[in-house]
Design a protein around this ligand. Structure first.
Ligand code: NAP
Ligand code: GCO
Length: 266
């Protein structure tokens, strides 16, 4: 079969950062089902162990490493270990991320920097650690998990929007710098996904009613619902496979149509 229709990840080594659960876990699990060897990292051994148990329960033989992706020395050491113990990384998904929902004038500079550090500096650090071996190998795929906030602002997420907007441009710049080395760097821009990160936005109110933000987002999504992490996996497999070798510097929004929709009329 020609590469143009090759969606297989057979034999590829995929590193997904922050993939003990949530979106990263869904993407890594899908990659395993498509034949990839799965590697993931998390900050604490307890989360890595929990992640390994989850992958095992799903029949996936994953490799887990403790690594704070904002720490360049830890990242460089982790990549060296992965190359020695699993193999050269063919696919990197910069998924690890945090958010702080604080009105900008109430947010400290330290809080702002912490979000930028995980959501923007870390994708730079991890990409920089894996690109040299991808160049030697003659190919590589980097997928950055962007956001609706790569395109839109909203109250209380100034640091997150700044980071995710920057991540969109880092995606384009890696494309520009390393496209000639047969490295494709693209983004996935999820809409609103039901994960631990958005749980506070979906909590039932004291009177049992739906969270106002839950109602707001369902009104802004043409499908009228939150998306599931598993709905990101098809696009993630496409961008990790040879079928997307001519796609570079693109952010694929998997948002149920939010960016195309002004919102439900009253
Ligand atoms: P999540 O449930 O909060 O999971 C985030 C993961 O990142 C956790 O495993 C977390 O590990 C890990 N992590 C955080 N900081 C880290 C660090 N310094 N080093 C290593 N790992 C770290 O989030 P999610 O909803 O799955 O989101 C995953 C990605 O998608 C994020 O980049 C997020 O911004 C993005 N996104 C989410 C949505 C959504 O609606 N959920 C939409 C668009 C984009 P710990 O458990 O140890 O903290
Ligand atoms: C928020 C949400 C969003 C989602 C996602 C949307 O507080 O608005 O957490 O930021 O996480 O990034 O694409």
């Amino acid at each position: 079969m020609s590469d143009f229709l090759n969606f297989s990840l057979e034999g590829k080594v995929a590193l997904v950062t922050g993939a003990s659960y949530g979106i990263g876990y869904a993407i890594a699990s899908a990659y395993a089902k498509c034949g990839a060897k799965i590697v993931f990292c998390d900050i604490k051994q307890e989360f890595v162990d929990k992640g390994l148990d989850s992958y095992k329960a799903d029949g996936i033989d994953a490799h887990g490493y403790v690594c704070d992706v904002t720490n360049e020395e830890m990242v460089q050491d982790m990549v060296k270990k992965i190359e020695a113990e699993v193999g050269v990384i063919d696919i990197l998904v910069n998924n690890a991320g945090i958010i702080k929902r604080i009105p900008m004038c109430d947010m400290t500079a330290a809080e702002f920097r912490q979000v930028i550090d995980v959501d923007l500096n870390a994708p730079f650090i991890v990409s920089k650690a894996v690109i040299p071996s991808m160049i030697k190998k003659g190919h590589g795929k980097i997928i950055n998990i962007c956001s609706m906030m790569s395109e839109l602002g909203r109250e209380t997420v100034s640091a997150y929007a700044a980071a995710k907007g920057g991540l969109k441009m880092l995606t384009r710049n890696i494309c520009a710098e390393y496209g000639a080395d047969n490295i494709q760097c693209n983004g996935i821009g999820p809409g609103y996904i039901a994960t631990p990160q958005t749980a506070p936005l979906r909590e039932k109110q004291a009177d049992g009613s739906r969270h106002p933000f839950d109602q707001f987002i369902c009104g802004r999504t043409p499908a009228g619902r939150w998306l599931q992490a598993e709905e990101l996996t098809g696009p993630a497999v496409f961008l990790a496979s040879d079928a997307s070798n001519a796609v570079n510097g693109h952010v694929l929004y998997v948002d149920g149509g939010i960016l195309a929709y002004i919102g439900k009329q009253p």
